[in-house]
Design a protein around this ligand. Sequence first.
Ligand code: ADP
Ligand code: ADP
Length: 228
Amino acid sequence: MIEFSDVKKTYPDGTEALKDFSLRINEGELVTLIGPSGCGKTTTMKMVNRLIEPTEGTIYINGTNINDYNIHELRWNIGYVLQQIALFPHMNIGENIAVVPEMKKWKRREIRKRSEELLDMVGLDPSTYLHRRPSELSGGEQQRVGVIRALAADPDIILMDEPFSALDPISREQLQHDIKKLHQEIRKTIVFVTHDIDEALALGDKVCLMKEGHINQVDTPQQLVLNP
Ligand code: ADP
Ligand code: ADP
């Protein structure tokens, strides 16, 4: 469970990125944050794993103030998928997926099994893909690997910041389908940022509409469509 309680963020140059942001995200829920560029979506995400500090207010994970966690444990427990594909180019796909599980001292066999299961879930044949370098994958395939790499060490929370924005429409559709399926199988808490309303409605259990550092509306996709 993630809770933002009266969070404000003012950057040193005076930009008020978030003005009184409160939101509760239940365990296992997939919440989409949607709003125009500059409304504070990325700022919100970066605060969850303490890449930036709120100016005011508190963020809780499972009832504990995030400042009270050991920062490494906090970050190990949060998978982050960025807009830019960020695989390590000198490592093959298997090695890329293994980075965080290795830090957590998982056994080789466990890492291998987990990598194969995850690749299968997104339709990439492990016997082929584990050994390829990122440069031997298409953009959509790389981003699918980016997604499963974030899930590899079994984090409780996954943050996805416009992970599809650099992709063509067909790859986007495939990835939307993959994320839905992965979420149904693993039931982890996912916060998904997008500026595409169709994507937000298609993916979210709950959709959070943001504007200028505020939340305008939070509702299920069904309710949002009925009462726009
Ligand atoms: P979004 O992800 O919705 O596009 P951001 O959270 O990136 O929005 O940005 C919110 C606002 O804060 C924007 O006006 C942006 O220009 C500003 N901003 C983001 N990062 C910084 C920073 N490091 N310093 C100053 N202003 C920033
Ligand atoms: P896109 O249609 O997204 O441009 P590509 O043409 O890059 O995709 O790749 C198409 C397919 O060929 C993908 O399945 C990709 O994994 C595979 N592929 C691309 N480069 C190589 C390579 N050097 N060796 C093996 N397979 C590759």
